[in-house]
Design a binder for this molecule. Structure first.
Ligand SMILES: Cc1cc2nc3c(=O)[nH]c(=O)nc-3n(C[C@H](O)[C@H](O)[C@H](O)COP(=O)(O)OP(=O)(O)OC[C@H]3O[C@@H](n4cnc5c(N)ncnc54)[C@H](O)[C@@H]3O)c2cc1C
Length: 414
């Protein structure tokens, strides 16, 4: 792969392929390198909720506004990667009445259509909801499928002259006179490394951003946080069901085909590759989900999996210095921040807001490269929307990794 390109993006999650697609549509040639398979990091290990933003409306209205805006954009440009299931926030007897009202008001303030609905009539169609349900708020949550979404982005990267390489790990960054000029890439089983030289390098490695930053002697404080999810064989659930209370463990149930995904926990971890996957997390999720949907307590568990949130752990001063684009995600210009030019890191955010994050990065990189071209990803359909064949071969080429427990005992892939 020894080559030269305009921009090298490290990380093949939604953010990385999103950045590369955005740049490609602006005429900037981009190469993506991903050490595992596409979506092998947090992107492939989420609940797959296309958030309406309601989940963040009381705690982080800025993120909530971003979510509803991107929810609407993605329904237009990528409907083939989305199931428009809708969602509910369910209040149970032990939940605070005042929270439901606050949630409803904050949703309105953030532009999220959230309407209280009659519990009995909803339960007639959805008897799986607990008979103890006291109030329900309907919100425009949906389900997004991260793998076809990432593949659609990757296909467009190629169509615009770029490349996407999986099983390609960045093991060193080339730094020349205070400027990052490329990277050394290692392939499994290969002797030696390959070199990609680029005018700009984007670090989109999520929870691993600190490790990649250290290759250019740049410190990126991350606070990785693991979250468990449990897949249960239970076809009836047909909408995202959230608990109407402040965010805590075990407050969401997400329909995926004939299964329900129960989430999640939130525990700080030291190493995003090596952390305990604990039985108590699985038990807790089944118990808590069962409060909203009682049948889930006895439905067969198919498997459990974990993801690691790419949370930025920088000081408040980093945000105040304007380096945080919003509280939802953070863009670090290492030229300004660390005196290492040609290098940008993007961390945080959500799968739902990947396109917006990518737009911020692409705006920034284009400014640095002197490229004057507007972002087109909010209006340009992703490959596969109008022509399902456009994705068919790429989907099998980038085939996702099997579930963790079926993989060989390679820590990276577990
Ligand atoms: C438990 C959990 C549930 C979530 N649920 C949702 C949800 O329902 N909806 C939602 O919107 N968001 C959700 N999120 C958030 C969402 O998953 C992430 O914010 C988003 O996927 C991050 O994408 P990313 O591309 O930035 O990072 P990642 O997907 O982690 O991508 C980073 C990539 O970089 C690669 N990489 C690392 N080091 C190197 C290297 N040296 N060389 C090459 N490649 C490298 C990794 O292998 C990885 O694939 C959830 C997160 C968690 C943890």
């Amino acid at each position: 792969m020894n080559r030269e390109t305009d921009v090298l993006v490290v990380g093949g999650g939604a953010t990385g392929v999103g950045v590369a697609r955005d740049l490609g549509l602006r005429g900037v040639e981009t190469v993506v390198v991903e050490r595992n398979g596409l979506t092998g990091g947090a992107t492939g290990n989420t609940h797959g909720v296309l958030h309406s933003g309601a989940r963040y409306a009381t705690s982080d209205p800025e993120s909530a506004r971003e979510c509803i805006a991107e929810n609407e954009v993605l329904r237009e440009v990528a409907p083939h990667c989305i199931d428009p299931t809708g969602g509910f926030f369910a209040q149970l007897p032990e939940d605070d009445d005042g929270y439901f009202e606050r949630l409803r008001n904050r949703c309105r303030d953030c532009g999220i259509v959230a309407e209280p609905v009659d519990v009995e009539s909803v339960r007639r169609d959805r008897p799986y909801l607990s008979p103890e349900t006291e109030r329900l708020l309907r919100v425009p949550d949906a389900v997004v499928h991260p793998f076809p979404l990432a593949v659609a982005n990757a296909v467009d990267v190629r169509e615009h002259g770029g490349a996407v390489h999986t099983d390609a790990e960045v093991v060193d960054l080339l730094v020349d006179g205070g400027e990052v000029t490329g990277a050394e890439i290692r392939r499994p089983g290969a002797t030696g490394t390959e070199t990609v030289r680029a005018d700009h390098v984007v670090n989109a490695t999520g929870a691993w951003a600190g490790e990649v930053g250290s290759l250019a002697d740049v410190e990126i404080p991350m606070r990785p946080s693991k979250g468990a999810m449990v897949v249960v064989d239970y076809p009836p659930v047909d909408a995202v069901v959230n608990r109407a209370r402040p965010a805590t463990d075990g407050d969401i149930v997400v329909p995926h085909d004939s299964t329900a995904v129960l989430g999640t926990t939130s525990e700080a971890v030291d190493d995003p590759d090596e952390y305990p996957k604990e039985e108590w997390e699985v038990d807790l999720l089944v118990e808590k989900a069962g409060e909203m949907v009682p049948d889930l307590q006895t439905a067969p568990v198919v498997r459990s999996y974990w993801g690691v949130r790419p949370l930025f752990g920088g000081e408040a001063s980093e945000f105040e210095a304007g380096r945080s684009v919003t509280r939802g995600y953070t863009l670090l210009d290492h030229g300004e921040r660390d005196g290492v030019s040609g290098f940008t890191t993007i961390v945080g955010g959500k799968l739902t807001t990947y396109r917006l994050m990518a737009e911020s990065v692409a705006d920034h990189v284009c400014e640095r490269l002197g490229v004057d071209a507007p972002c087109r990803t909010a209006a340009e359909p992703l490959p596969g929307r109008d022509d399902p064949d456009a994705l068919r071969s790429a989907l099998s080429e980038f085939e996702p990794l099997p579930p963790a427990e079926e993989r060989p005992s390679d820590a990276r892939r577990s």
